[in-house]
Ligand binder design. Structure first.
Ligand code: ZN
Length: 424
């Protein structure tokens, strides 16, 4: 039998749709599997979307027609949907740069090549020759470039001439980055990241009024998040799936981690119609793509999977507006979080002048934010001219921003900040 269900308020769009799941209504993105808990959804009708004053959210009313099992009484929402309250704002965004991963063993951007060279010297037999070749061409073509700049360069060259050789150079850099991070971050789960993730959750008291946005490829935060018993990760993409099956089992809440440059455990389906993002929990397994020439196939459509790690600029958003791509979805959610947050913590990021794309993306989003109270920059200890230079880079970036006066700096480093309870 088909019963009309009551009308439930549903938040829609980006972050809001993810809040919807915990706030007790229906996450739009999970409606289409035609199932919410034990209730099969046969039809969803949506009212026009309208903004809710003062919250930064847009809302829609959904009328859900559900086919219920015999034990479900019609007219009442399933237990899954009952007794939840809805958050009203994005309180805090944590933006993580490379400096935040240093405490988990990752090299800083400027030290990346040196670390990669050490690895080739020390572990030559354990790494694919692709890595040595990548370092050699890096040294001959742009030895002064840091790893991000060099990745951007080879990516650009490959687009310009499309030869097999330039494509190989891109693959070399991707492998170099993946392998260097893999072999640099071997100590298991980073304790400081674990404390950080748990504290983020404690501060929000389960309201999910936060987002972690990271510019890093490594999985220090991801791994730390798996240690929590209450939530699973939400990568900000509807079609993200774990290779290990349902990662939500027993952990019904979601924890937002938006990875702007992809991740060392992400494999994306190359079929444009599908673009499912497959991820491996707890393993930086992307290097296998180059080492074992392992062909992984999409479990949804059978197409080939490729690692998803993108250069810090020049993201490849597909020309087709129809295709929902992981990167487009993640960047959209990031923007929404930046536009709505009240506090912004920037951790281990020096606002390098070369990172033009991200700088203007961030500033544009913040210029639309009318709730912002404070921007706290958490940096490793700096004194004298280094400190002035660091603050100058922020001053320069924010020179035209209405939020310039809201910048504040803390120089105890990420670890000390976390250990002291993340004061804001
Ligand atoms: Zn697929």
């Amino acid at each position: 039998m088909i019963h009309p269900r009551p009308r439930w308020l549903v938040q829609r769009g980006g972050l809001a749709s993810r809040y919807a799941r915990d706030s007790g209504v229906v996450d739009m993105r999970r409606v289409h599997p035609h199932r919410i808990g034990k209730v099969r959804i046969s039809q969803v009708r949506q009212s026009p979307i309208h903004p809710v004053r003062g919250t930064g959210f847009r809302m829609a009313v959904l009328t859900i027609v559900a086919r219920t099992g015999s034990h479900q009484s019609p007219g009442h929402p399933p237990a899954y949907l009952a007794n939840r309250t809805m958050p009203t704002s994005v309180e805090r965004v944590y933006l993580l740069g490379a400096g935040s991963s240093a405490s988990a063993g990752a090299p800083l951007i400027k030290d990346f090549k040196e670390r990669a060279e050490e690895i080739v010297l020390r572990d030559g037999s354990r790494v694919n020759p692709l890595m040595g070749d990548a370092i050699a061409s890096w040294n001959t073509t742009a030895s002064a470039a840091n790893v991000e700049e060099y990745y951007v360069l080879v990516d650009l060259l490959a687009r310009l001439n499309g030869s097999g050789q330039s494509q190989r150079a891109v693959e070399g850099v991707r492998y170099l980055i993946a392998k260097t991070l893999e072999l640099s971050m071997v100590g298991g789960i980073s304790e400081i990241h674990k404390k950080f993730v748990h504290k983020v959750w404690d501060i929000s008291q389960g309201r999910r009024d936060f987002a972690i946005i990271t510019l890093n490829w490594d999985i220090a935060v991801d791994n730390a998040a798996y240690t929590h018993s209450q939530f699973s990760l939400d990568y900000g993409y509807e079609k993200a799936r774990s290779f290990h099956g349902d990662p939500d089992r027993g952990r019904p809440k979601l924890f937002s981690v938006l990875k702007l440059h992809g991740s060392l455990n992400w494999w994306v389906c190359q079929n444009e119609e599908c673009q499912t993002l497959w991820y491996t929990e707890g393993e930086k397994d992307v290097p296998l793509y180059w080492e074992k020439e392992e062909t992984r196939l999409c479990r949804t459509c059978g197409s080939i999977l490729q690692p998803l790690m993108v250069p810090p600029t020049a993201q490849k958003f597909e020309s087709s507006q129809k295709a929902l791509s992981p990167m487009r979805s993640i960047w959209k959610e990031t923007r929404e979080a930046m536009v709505n947050c009240r506090d912004l913590a920037i951790i281990g990021y020096s606002f390098p002048p070369t990172d033009v794309q991200f700088r203007f993306f961030l500033l544009e989003a913040l210029s639309n934010n009318h709730n912002l109270r404070k921007i706290l920059v958490i940096s490793s200890p700096k004194i004298g001219s280094r400190r002035l230079e660091f603050e100058d880079s922020y001053d320069t970036a924010f020179v035209q921003s209405p939020h310039r006066q809201k910048l504040d700096f803390a120089y105890d480093g990420f670890e000390a900040w976390v250990e002291s309870g993340m004061p804001f």
